[in-house]
Write a protein that binds this ligand. Structure first.
Ligand code: ZN
Ligand code: ZN
Length: 441
């Protein structure tokens, strides 16, 4: 019975094909940014770059891989990022490297390694690039994601820098015409006042130790500030009445925070105080904040002051005043789609080059280079043969002129310039076509 055998074989190869396809998909939580989405990305890049230029932030690119210690020491071993979310790899030489989960620690590393601390302070840096966290993918959250950010390092711990970081962040979103922005802000104090607060919140949570979630039980002893980060349903009512950091600030922290708010008031920048905002990383002190849009669930970005990070990394014996902000580009792009904000338009071509027949195609191929040299964008459809098919593309691209090179024109060393609006045609010598097109622009 040869027939069923054949069918079975076919099924087997179909299955293999399916498996093959599955193994050739992008890794979980990582995706392709397709050409259709790129104009939105270009617009975000431009808005962040323009904002950086205006407020005098200089661009920095740090490696995508950093030594694991950079994050273990900087972000803190008891944080979700370091505990569960880092992509760690061991090199053949035995180094433990990490695909960067964020950029602040890497930037502080680069700041000292490249002697930026010896230059006039503060140093203002801007970045845009990919980051990696091994977490459960969900809407707006990917394992490879992109952020841009602004950092001010060195100098004084002047509250004006906190305000400027917040301002630059908000301006970059406004540049994109993102509306209904809101700012939530809090102060988590310094080492001195945080000790007092730690005790207070531990005392408070001790009363509810039977009711809180497993994570919070652990947080209460390891990293009590992070109790306020808990999203677990059953911890919410307890969290609501928890002591607020802001009520336990020492005098210098209180006046620092007041000054930040005064700068924001001066700008007429509305904000709301959020007692639960702590941003769970070890390196934050004093000001922490997050920026939202009414039209998007979840923060578009956030940041804060991180005066202790250099010390935590072991690159400096004392504090390095620093403050920064970062934004999730995927979220911003998603929001632009929701708000119907268009991307950066592609530079328009002025002319469309049409060729009919093989000798014309050869000439056209070379002629494009003449236009390239002259800096005039000309597009073509070299794969198409018929005049009609090519004119159709030219129409769709909304070019002003079509340049038509047929057999006769090749023979006569000429070319037809056709005005796409009124259909008027003119034949000019091929050697003059670049100048003739330029005249018509
Ligand atoms: Zn303090
Ligand atoms: Zn909890």
């Amino acid at each position: 019975m040869p027939k069923p055998l054949k069918q079975k074989k076919q099924k087997k190869s179909e299955k293999a094909e399916k498996e093959n396809k599955a193994s050739l998909q992008s890794p979980k939580g990582m995706r392709d940014i397709l050409p259709i989405e790129q104009p939105l990305w270009e617009k975000v890049k431009k808005a962040s770059q323009d904002t950086a230029n205006f407020y005098n932030f200089s661009k920095i690119d740090t490696p995508i891989l950093e030594k694991a210690e950079v994050f273990e020491r900087g972000i803190g071993v008891s944080t979700d990022i370091v505990e569960k979310e880092m992509f760690v790899l061991k090199t053949k030489g035995g180094d433990r490297l990490v695909l960067r989960p964020e950029n602040t620690a890497g930037i502080v590393r680069a700041y000292f390694e490249n002697g930026m601390s010896h230059m006039p302070q503060p140093t203002k840096l801007y970045y845009f690039g990919p980051f990696f966290r091994h977490e459960q993918p969900q809407a707006g959250r990917y394992r490879q994601f992109h952020q841009y950010g602004f950092e001010i390092l060195g100098g004084e711990d002047d509250p004006v820098y906190d305000a400027q970081i917040i301002l630059a962040g908000i301006r970059s979103l406004e540049e994109l015409k993102i509306k209904n922005l809101s700012l939530q802000i809090n102060s988590v104090g310094c080492r001195n006042c945080r000790q007092v607060y730690r005790r207070k919140i531990q005392e408070y949570y001790r009363r509810f130790s039977a009711k809180i979630c497993k994570d919070c039980k652990r947080r209460a002893s390891v990293n009590p500030l992070r109790l306020l980060d808990c999203k677990n349903e059953k911890c919410q009512p307890i969290k609501e009445d928890a002591p607020a950091t802001i009520n336990y600030l020492c005098a210098p922290c209180r006046s620092h925070f007041r000054e930040v708010l005064e700068y924001l008031d001066g700008l007429n920048l509305p904000y709301s105080l959020n007692n639960f905002l702590v941003r769970g990383l070890d390196y934050y002190n004093r000001t922490v904040f997050e920026i939202f849009s009414e039209s998007y669930p979840g923060a578009l970005g956030g940041g804060g002051r991180y005066d202790y990070l250099a010390e935590l990394l072991g690159v400096k014996k004392s504090e390095l005043p620093a403050v920064g902000v970062s934004f999730g580009v995927e979220r911003i792009v998603e929001l632009m789609k929701i708000m119907d904000i268009s991307g950066l338009p592609k530079p328009k071509a002025k002319a469309f080059l049409i060729q009919i027949g093989k000798p014309a195609k050869k000439k056209a191929f070379l002629l494009i280079e003449e236009f390239h040299k002259a800096g005039i964008k000309v597009i073509e459809s070299l794969g198409r043969e018929s005049l009609r098919a090519q004119l159709k593309v030219a129409d769709k691209e909304e070019v002003e002129m079509a340049l038509i090179l047929g057999q006769r024109e090749v023979f006569e060393e000429s070319i037809i310039i056709r005005d796409m609006k009124n259909g008027v045609q003119e034949t000019v010598p091929l050697s003059k076509v670049v100048d003739e097109v330029r005249k018509r622009l």
